[in-house]
Design a protein around this ligand. Structure first.
Ligand code: NAD
Length: 374
């Protein structure tokens, strides 16, 4: 079969779905040909020559897009979709909650696998693209915050006097939030963190941060807070109001706030209101990782560092793409592990195991139709 790796064309997308390392593994069986679009790896510092040395042919966009199996980072744009062939297999971040987008892929007669939909089971950890990319975003959020912050992160005792450690507040402690805590800790900050899911408290404390508790007042609140499948659910308004009051106080004391709270398929919850921003210290920095999903912070805007009375609100979308080489390396390994469910790594034999929980979870369209969600 022909496996194609096109260059990503969405604005700001620097990542690529296969690296020379994964191409070499894909080519190992000798059963498949691999075509990489010229320049596909440039944004991630993987030159064409490295793909060639790994066993790929360098081709045009049409060569890569018209392959039997197309490996992508982002969902194809209409002009990309038009070059794909009916019956092809497409693997990538297909944005499954974009109904029109998935419909378009279905109508093109393509079998689409949205990696975001992989169930959060142990066997799927090596293909968990949300984790591999959120980990990078959490790290980079702290680096961006440190860059925007006009002070040191660590406590320093110098001949010219003592410098206080930065106080960092992390709201939403999934994969990105945990990495943000770990990175801020390495830089010497003093960290507080909070999440709706109670199971996170121990993880926060084990990283040396202080847990900010928002108590549950009813059994219903407690039950919703447990989430489902590892993901959070929208909390009742009464809990959100209590959270806002506690966050207001903690944010006023913080120098840096990093927000990462997401609820799959829904707008991100608002965790920091404009009234809270108004009372934060001048020079404070907020990095809103949820800005593409509507933001956790009132006033956060995509591609903008807003300055609200001296408080900077940073809204950089797709932070993982700003660490492109490692983001691509990890994403490409996720993709390869997924592909190995349908392409035998040794013999190269192709067979889609329709009963596999990971295949069932990720298949969003086939035979011209969108796969209904149970
Ligand atoms: P996410 O990106 O969907 O959300 C980020 C965080 O925001 C979550 O921790 C969520 O609880 C929190 N949040 C949502 N609404 C909130 C609110 N109103 N207030 C405060 N916080 C709020 O989550 P994620 O990073 O993808 O990970 C979720 C969990 O799944 C993590 O505990 C992670 O360790 C787990 N996980 C498990 C597996 C596995 O077992 N295979 C794989 C990956 C992740």
């Amino acid at each position: 079969m022909l496996i194609g790796i096109p260059r990503e064309t969405r604005a700001g997308e620097t990542r690529v779905a296969a690296t020379p390392e994964t191409v070499k593994k894909l080519a190992a069986s000798g059963a498949h040909q691999i075509v990489v679009e010229a320049g596909a790896g440039t944004g991630s510092s993987f030159p064409d020559a490295q793909y060639q040395a790994a066993g790929a042919r360098i081709g045009t966009a049409s060569d890569a897009l018209s392959a039997d199996i197309v490996l992508k980072v982002r969902a194809p744009l209409p002009e990309e979709l038009a070059r794909m062939k009916r019956g092809a297999v497409l693997i990538g971040l297909l944005n499954p909650f974009d109904v029109a987008g998935v419909q378009a892929i279905a109508q093109a007669g393509i079998s689409g696998f949205a990696l975001e939909m992989a169930p959060r089971i142990t066997r799927a950890q090596a293909i968990d693209v949300l984790s591999s990319q959120a980990n990078i975003a959490g790290y980079k959020a702290v680096i961006v915050a440190a860059n925007e912050y006009g002070r040191f992160m660590p406590m320093l005792m110098t001949a010219a006097g003592t410098v206080k450690a930065a106080r960092v507040l992390v709201l939403g402690v999934g994969v990105a939030g945990l990495q943000a805590i770990a990175t801020a800790k390495r830089l010497g900050a003093v960290i507080e963190a909070s999440d709706v899911r109670p199971s996170v408290k121990d993880q926060v404390e084990s990283l040396g941060a202080k847990w900010v508790d928002v108590p549950y007042e009813t059994d219903e609140e407690k039950q919703i807070a447990e989430g489902v499948g590892g993901y959070a659910r929208p909390m009742p308004p009464a809990w959100m109001a209590r959270q806002a009051a506690i966050v207001h106080e903690r944010a006023k004391a913080a120098d840096i706030v990093i927000t990462t709270a997401l609820i799959p398929g829904r707008p991100a919850p608002t965790l920091i209101k404009a009234a809270t921003v108004a009372q934060m210290k001048p020079g404070s920095v907020i990095v809103d990782l949820a800005v593409e999903q509507g933001g956790n912070v009132e006033g956060a805007q995509i591609d903008t560092v807003a300055n609200v009375n001296g408080v900077k609100i940073v809204g950089i979308p797709n932070l993982a793409a700003t660490v492109p080489t490692d983001a691509s390396a990890l994403y490409a390994r996720n993709v390869l592990t997924f592909l190995n469910l349908m392409v035998d790594p040794k013999s190269g034999a192709f067979n889609v195991p329709k009963d596999d929980e990971i295949i069932k979870g990720t298949l969003v369209c086939e035979n011209g139709a969108v796969v209904p969600r149970g």
